[in-house]
Every structure is written in C-alpha cells, then in structure tokens.
Design a protein around this ligand. Structure first.
Ligand code: PLP
Length: 460
C-alpha cells in the first residue's frame, strides 16, 4: 500500500485514513517511550506501523490506533518463548525444554549474565581454567570420577569422545596413521534419540566406522572380543533411554567389558543418557554415573537437562587422562559450554533438590491432596494417574500419582491460557496431574482452568 500521501487521487479530506496518527506522534507516546528499556527501536516501529496499517485497512478505527499500540506495548516482551505449567505428569518433557531449573540455578543465570570471572583468577589477575567451579562441584557430587568435562549437550559429548578416540586423525600407532578407527557397539544399542536423530548417524559424521556386534536382543562378551583389534578405537555402550527390550535378552556387563578394553588398551565409553549421578530407588532400572564408573566405565556421558535436572549440557565424567585428551582435542572448542551453562550446572549441584528430583519423589498423599483441592475449585474427578519420566530416561517406569479429569475439549483453551497449561489428553479426557506443577503455581493453575471453563460455575 502506498503510504499516507493525500494529494491527487489519494484519499480526500473526508477520508478517515487522514485521521491515523503520524509515526512521530506515536513514538512519543509515554507507553512507547517507557518500553524503550525493554524493546528495540525496530520492534517498536514495527508495532506502530502494524497498527497504522490496520487502521488504513479499516480493521480498526483511526481513533483506536493509540490505544491498540499502548495495549500491544504492554503485552510485548523481547522474548517469544512462553512459560508453561506442565500438568502432564511427564517430568522431563522434551517439547517443554526438558528439566526446569532450580531457583538457585535461575539466580546463577542472572548472576553470570554480566562480566564474570569464568576464566580468570581474580586473586592473581591471571587466566584460570574455564568453569573450574562447575567442574569441582561435579567431582564433589560424583567422587567416582577423577575428572569432568562439560560440553554443549549429550550429543556433543558423544561426538567429541567418538571423534577423539575413533574419528579421522585418532589413530596414533604405526600402521594406523591418521585413519579413522572403529567404534565397537552392540546392535541393541544403536538408538534414535528423538525427532529423527540417530546416534549411529551422528557417530559416522566423525569418519569413525561403527563395528556393530551381537543382535538386537542379545549381545555377549564374545561378540566384542571377536572383532576387537588394531582397527578398534573404543568400546561404546549406549543406554537405551527411551525404550525397553523385554524377553530373551542379554548384554555384556561393564566389568567384563572393562577387562577386554584394558587388555587392548582401549577406552570403554558409556553413554548413559539421563544423567543420574547416583542410584535412585524410584528408578531402579536407570543407570547412574557413579555405579557405571565403579563397574568399569572409563568415561560416562550424560545430558545436563534430563534427570540431572540442570541446563542443556553434556557431562563427561571419568578417567583423568582420557578427559584431558578430550579437552585438548580441537573439537572441544566447538562444543564448549557457555558461562551461563557453567553457572547453572554449579548451582544445580550446590543448590539443593532440583525440581526434577522433587517431581520424581513427590509424596503421593500430597499429590492427592493437591488434586483434590484443584477438583474442588474447578470441578472434575480425581483419578489415579501414572506420571512418567519422559524423554529423559526410565522408559516404562510409572510414577504413581493422581490427576483431575476434565472434558477433553478443555485442553486447547488451557494451552492458550495465560500462563499456558499443558494437560495430558488421554482416552477422551483432559488430565491435570500436579506432579510437575510447582506448588506455588497451584493458584495460577486454578485461575487458568477457571478461565478456560468460561462461565461454568465451580462445583459446589
Ligand atoms: C538424550 C540422549 C542423548 C543426547 O543428549 P542431548 O543432551 O539431547 O544431546 C544421547 N544419548 C542418549 C542415550 C540419550 O538418552
């Protein structure tokens, strides 16, 4: 459309478009001036011109342009991500950003946002090793590890380990040169981790050759022993964190694999996935870093934002020599974690129970009381409901609790609520499980459900 020209064949003097306020007038509105602290000039001008365009198109009255802009400015933020109340009962919800951070970790993010001594020793003024605080906290929390390295995410940790031990350039013995080597891995452990990403594809990008051994359901020590040799770069065990194989199954355990690895002077790397540092009785089948290291892993790899309960990160724990080898690899620089992550990891470890831990260990009676209070406020029926760990691990492990059952049609208005509420839609019902809802949000949850129910009266 051709701007605001009013000459010639343009709109005549009676045209309402002439009453649309000019940009400089709108930029001077006090609401707009105040918003300059939060929003960019570009964002504000965009918002103004959209309101003017709406008036030109006759969608709003010229007299309403100022009001519309004031309203939009009040609602705008620099961030398009919206907070969500997770009422699904799924603790590590991949589509909701996995682990919610603890209050300590959130405060750490804000503290680390400015200039921080992430790579400086303030006492001497000299450069120090990056992220020493996070590393120390990890080693305190997991004494079975000699050393720790934090990278961008679990996939990056695996990429770095496979590249350094078996990728192009990893060979160092005579006759191997800089050729890539083999990663020996069981056929039952070549997993797709979600959204079409497959660990074998990721590993092959390094040039390493996957040497698959055993079968989908059964792999024995002999299967590894038969192929191990001068072309081998490392032994890899991957925890199938999102599925379970039942029935006639077998796998080689870590202690025997470790003996095999040591006999050939090869690293034994275990990709745990979920990031539990210690055994958790609520998740009896979920592997943990301490046990895996004690059982023989040279290195374990895990995500920071699954059961560890922290920010997105890849944690590598174990042998000092191997961690140093990884830390010195050129790829380490490309996958290193930022100061915000390092701060949040340290605070996750030192700051008390994480929201993930609390959701996993929530008291059943307390969950029931909260579900009943919600049902009293909004109607619906309290039903037994199993929560889940979700994409973070422990597939198939139910977390028994309670939910409020409401009509399925409510799911959409809840999702569009403020804050958004994500319910579990199951068998024609909309289920609200308080397990992953911080108790301080219970009142907000009630308010959103009541708004979604519209004019419907709360149950007496
Ligand atoms: C989740 C997972 C990964 C990938 O970790 P990200 O942190 O998502 O990159 C790798 N391996 C296993 C076994 C996993 O469960």
């Amino acid at each position: 459309m051709g701007g605001t020209s009013v000459s010639g064949s343009g709109p005549g003097s009676g045209d309402p478009r002439r009453r649309i306020p000019r940009t400089d007038h709108l930029l001077a509105l006090s609401a707009v001036v105040d918003a300059r602290k939060r929003l960019s000039e570009e964002a504000l001008r965009g918002l103004i011109s959209r309101a003017q365009d709406a008036a030109r198109a006759g969608e709003i009255q010229p007299e309403d342009v100022e009001r519309v802009i004031e309203l939009e400015v009040a609602q705008s933020s620099a961030l398009s991500l919206r907070g969500v109340i997770n009422a699904t009962g799924i603790v590590v919800h991949t589509n909701l950003g996995r682990a919610p951070l603890s209050d300590s970790a959130v405060r750490a993010l804000a503290s680390a946002a400015g200039y921080v001594d992430v790579e400086m020793d303030l006492a001497t003024g000299k450069r120090s090793s990056r992220g020493a605080g996070a590393r120390a906290a990890l080693l305190e929390a997991c004494p079975a590890a000699e050393d720790a390295l934090i990278v961008n995410n679990g996939a990056a940790a695996l990429l770095l380990a496979v590249t350094a031990f078996a990728g192009v350039g990893s060979g160092n013995g005579a006759g191997i040169g800089s050729r890539a080597r083999e990663v020996i891995v069981s056929r039952g452990e070549l997993v797709e981790i979600g959204a079409g990403f497959r660990l074998p594809d990721l590993m092959e990008t390094t040039g390493a050759r996957l040497r698959e051994v055993g079968t989908t359901n059964r792999t024995h020590l002999d299967d590894y022993a038969r192929v191990i040799g001068p072309e081998s770069g490392c032994l890899l065990k991957v925890h199938p964190s999102n599925f379970r194989v039942h029935g006639f199954t077998a796998e080689a355990e870590l202690p025997v694999l470790r003996r095999l690895a040591d006999a050939h002077d090869l690293p034994l790397v275990v990709d745990l996935g979920s990031g539990l540092l210690h055994r958790d009785d609520v998740l009896p089948d979920e592997p943990d870093a301490s046990s895996a290291l004690a059982a023989g892993a040279h290195l374990v790899i895990a995500s920071g934002d699954k059961l560890f309960g922290g920010p997105q990160a890849g944690l590598i724990l174990g042998s000092r020599d191997m961690i140093q080898h990884l830390a010195k690899h050129p790829l380490a620089r490309a996958v290193r974690s930022d100061k915000l992550t390092l701060a949040a990891i340290e605070a996750t470890l030192r700051g008390g129970a994480t929201p993930v831990h609390e959701a996993l260990h929530a008291d059943r009676d307390r969950l029931r009381a909260r579900a009943e209070a919600l049902a009293t406020a909004v109607g619906g029926r309290v039903v037994a409901h199993d929560g889940r760990v979700g994409g973070g691990g422990a597939p198939g492990q139910p977390l028994p609790g309670w939910a409020v059952e409401l009509p399925e049609a409510l799911a959409e208005p809840l999702r569009l609520g403020d804050p958004a509420v994500l319910a579990r839609v199951h068998r024609g019902a909309c289920l609200l499980d308080p397990r992953c809802v911080p108790e301080r949000d219970d009142a907000r949850l009630v308010a959103v459900v009541q708004a979604a129910l519209g004019a419907r009266e709360p149950r007496a």
